[in-house]
Design a binder for this molecule. Structure first.
Ligand code: ATP
Length: 218
């Protein structure tokens, strides 16, 4: 059996325990051999972040240093130009070979916006999509508000976590994962307001934020 490799992209501006718990739970539930954290360079979906891509990436490195199955992949940060998830997955597929199962990890909120991603239908040719949903966040109910094209993909590609090892790509697995009420937006606002961020993210990341005077304005 070829255990899947997880791909977890995000702005990680900054990385926090919500991201880390999502990854840790998925590692276990989907029996992943490894998760690659890939901080975005210039994100296509949002305005320019307050800190540099190199700083966001450094914080990811600090956050995952003690989990050997979590690996920092800086390919998007090193690129000078904007890049899309589909391009990164094409690159990974070339490097890792056609047989290796790859799982693109994301939260339920991100999945419901998948149709807005560049060449989103191509993603299924390259990887499985593994969606972490909090218990009670019924994707079956929410999916009806999404465009028909995404509803159809969801309907036809649904699979179990076990099935992810049997094919290299093309499935959608929805896993129940308790969601921590933590967001990067809230962390940034707290720093700007000089409120505490202790226990929302790893101490090493909080120390980095203060040492580099990040997020001083909202
Ligand atoms: P922001 O608050 O700036 O929008 P964010 O905390 O949502 O940022 P991103 O880097 O944009 O972080 O998210 C990367 C991925 O992590 C997304 O797929 C998102 O659904 C997921 N995610 C973010 N926060 C949590 C959380 N608390 N629990 C589980 N998943 C999360």
């Amino acid at each position: 059996m070829n255990r899947p490799i997880g791909i977890f992209g995000g702005t990680f501006d900054p990385i926090h325990f919500g991201h880390l718990r999502l990854a840790e739970e998925m590692l276990e539930l989907a029996n992943l051999q490894q998760i690659r954290f890939i901080p975005t360079g210039t994100p296509p979906h949002r305005g320019a972040p307050q800190v540099t891509a190199v700083q966001r990436s450094a914080m990811v490195g600090l956050a995952i240093a003690d989990q050997p199955k979590f690996v920092l992949d800086e390919r998007e940060v090193r690129r000078a130009h904007m890049c899309y998830t589909v391009d990164t997955l094409r690159e990974l597929r070339q490097e890792l070979g056609d047989a290796q199962p790859l799982c693109l990890l994301m939260g339920g909120d991100a999945f419901l916006q998948l149709h807005t991603w560049y060449q989103w239908e191509e993603l299924f040719e390259l990887a499985h999509i593994v969606v972490g949903c909090r218990p009670g966040f019924a994707i079956e109910e929410r999916i009806h508000t999404a465009p028909m094209a995404l509803q159809l993909q969801h309907q036809h590609r649904r699979c179990t976590a076990e099935a992810l090892s049997h094919r290299a790509a093309g499935g959608i697995a929805v896993l129940a994962i308790p969601k921590l009420e933590i967001s990067a937006t809230d962390v940034r606002a707290r720093v700007a307001e000089q409120r505490t961020i202790r226990y929302l993210l790893p101490k090493a990341v909080a120390d980095y934020i203060y040492q580099h005077h990040l997020y001083l304005t909202c």
